[in-house]
Design a protein around this ligand. Sequence first.
Ligand code: NCD
Length: 332
Amino acid sequence: MTQNNQNTSSQDNFEKVDRSAFNQDHLIGIETLNKDEINIILDLANYYADRLDDRAFKPNILKDQIVLTLFFEDSTRTRTSFEMAAKRLGADVVNIDLRTSSLSKGESLTDTIHTLHSMLRPDAIVVRHSEYGAPQFISKLVDCPVINAGDSWHEHPTQALLDALTIRRKLGKIEDLKIAICGDISHSRVAASNMILLTKLGAEVNVVAPPALMPEKFPAGADTAQIKKFESLEEGIKDCDVVMMLRNQMERMQAGLIASEEEFFEQYGLTKEKLANAKKNALVMHPGPMNRGVEIADDVADDPVHSMILEQVRNGVPTRMAVMDILMKERI
Ligand code: NCD
């Protein structure tokens, strides 16, 4: 597809987007979105993605709005991507790093949120937290949209949306594709949100993991009839259109679940040889940060044809612009 074609089709999409069909006050997870709501976000994200390199494109739709980012966990790319997205829409951004904060002085999460909310009166809050359900809890304390930027192993909705945008822009659709998600499925919020989103949009999903990292149950909202489990990477990625690799989430993993990184790479690291089992031009994806030589080989991560890894990072900005546009614009 040429850049011009993309512009035309996404312009059409943008004009056709009926925001009234989007009935959410917050973005806590993919679980609560229906197919139409997911497609509204992706259509708008595609429109913004086509215009990302045009510095003169300044929609300014969030002028005089304040976006507060609250990161209780480490993050570089996700926080920066939200900040860039908010600024491209004309909002002011206040970033608060809460890894070391009054919480360590014993203040409760409720008091911290009430304090920041009365001080800043934000128009949206982006939150990342190591506890499952924290964004939903915060959404009940405030009067503005809350966007989940990752909570424990629960969900990371904007990552799944930007992954879907990347696939859609490259392969033109999600429906009927065969997509493998490989590695630490048990502890990954990215795997969870992707299983839900991809099955809602009609893809077939293969999850590949050693038994110790394979969950018994799939996340709420995923269509389990469309998900198959595999222990072998070669079999799991066979004839797949997309191969998504994951980082081992050591921060949430019991000790001893992985024998050694060398052994893990031997069986589950994506190499050129193993990738040959997937479709010829299969897309290779990874949410980052990557551990080269553990879940992915250098030459696969850097492959100019297969690797979508930098494209995913790029698509994070327009995806988050679309989410903020949809959740915040109505309120202006
Ligand atoms: C992911 C996350 O934080 O869940 N990374 C990200 O958002 N860029 C995946 C990971 O940390 O492995």
